[in-house]
Write a protein that binds this ligand. Structure first.
Ligand code: PHE
Length: 351
């Protein structure tokens, strides 16, 4: 049995030239030089040759084996070098689409907080924040809600199971106003402040209640602040928040003040806007009343001034407090408060 060694060498050399990657080169090495490769087979075939032929062919096969080994070795180096020094095009497919990054967007509650803050900042208010954990004094007593007063029942409260601080029990801020006390204790009038933050009440969660909601409290103290200032301020605010909305459609927003009771304001009012859905006709959103409550407000009670060391004969003040979720629901036509907290991207991406 004899091999055409010249042809074998020519074939192998041509095949090596064609190779473009290390994997195919390895396959080629196995094909020729592997244990059951072409060269090994040829070597085992030598036994069938005549005694004179055997050493000649054996030497030639050995040569060929070495030649192919060198060739493959060289090609290996060559391929490795192209991988290192090659252009980006050799390394990966630059036309392949990348992994796109999901761009986040601002939560509707944050949008509304920012919008309301900027409306009041444009009117000269300062933004002040306070802690979510409050003392009984700031949350109740200083706001003219004495211990054991039945009005404390109005604010069902999360009390904190911790030792009292300066004789004061701690609780989660249960309504919008405690930062009035914190700010007035350390500042002198005139002052105009808004307070974004969170309020906690042990309410059962349903379409319109949550155990936590976001707030904006506002208050202004100076000489001769009047109820008409409160009305003007809130009217301006409602025009800006609601009339520009899709639902408000640029209409003039009608507003009314309903007498109400808050211990920390006198007189007090709940403020409604004419239903922006039915324009006052009466619909399911406004409970057929034609009006939607948006906030509580009033003139700061003299006892609140006394608690912070202001002279109630010298100063008067106005205050108002609102829930952001409620404003956002009316503004965007959202009918379930839970949507704000479920983190469903299909909802959140619409803003
Ligand atoms: N603090 C009241 C609440 O949380 C709202 C309010 C603020 C009412 C200021 C009057 C004046 O319900």
């Amino acid at each position: 049995m004899s091999f055409d060694l010249a042809k074998l060498e020519a074939d192998a050399t041509a095949e090596v030239q064609e190779i473009k990657d290390l994997e195919s080169l390895e396959a080629l090495r196995v094909k020729y030089l592997g244990r059951r490769g072409i060269i090994s087979e040829a070597i085992s075939g030598l036994s069938q040759l005549s005694a004179e032929e055997r050493p000649r062919q054996g030497a030639q096969l050995n040569n060929l084996k070495n030649t192919l080994n060198d060739l493959i070795q060289k090609k290996t180096e060559e391929l490795k070098n192209t991988l290192v020094t090659g252009t980006a095009k050799d390394l990966f497919d630059i036309t392949m689409p990348g992994v796109s990054q999901d761009l986040g967007n601002i939560h509707p509650i944050t949008l509304v907080i920012d919008e309301i803050c900027s409306i009041f900042v444009s009117m000269g208010f300062h933004i002040v924040e306070g802690p979510e954990i409050e003392t009984e004094f700031n949350n109740f007593s200083a706001l003219n809600i004495p211990l054991e007063h039945p009005s404390r029942d109005v604010f069902d409260t999360f009390y904190i199971n911790s030792p009292a601080v300066d004789g004061q029990k701690l609780l989660l801020r249960s309504h919008t106003s405690p930062v009035q006390i914190r700010a007035m204790k350390i500042r002198k009038p005139p002052l105009a402040i808004i307070v974004p933050g969170k309020v906690f009440r042990p309410d059962a969660v349903d379409a319109s209640h949550s155990f936590m909601f976001h707030q904006i409290e506002g208050f202004l103290v100076d000489k001769e602040v009047r109820f008409s200032d409160l009305k003007g301020l809130l009217y301006l605010f409602a025009q800006q928040v609601f009339s520009a909305t899709k639902i408000g459609g640029g209409q003039d927003i009608k507003m009314r003040f309903r007498p109400h009771f808050f211990p920390f304001t006198e007189p007090s009012a709940e403020v409604d806007i004419c239903c922006i859905i039915c324009k006052g006709e009466g619909c399911s959103v406004c409970g057929r009343k034609g009006w939607l409550e948006i906030l509580g407000a009033g003139m700061i009670h003299p006892n609140v001034f006394k608690a912070v060391g202001y002279d109630p004969k010298k100063f008067t003040g106005l205050a108002f407090g609102m829930g952001i979720e409620r404003i956002a629901m009316l503004k965007y036509g959202i009918n379930d408060i839970r949507l704000f907290f479920e983190n469903d991207l299909r909802f959140l991406k619409q803003f």
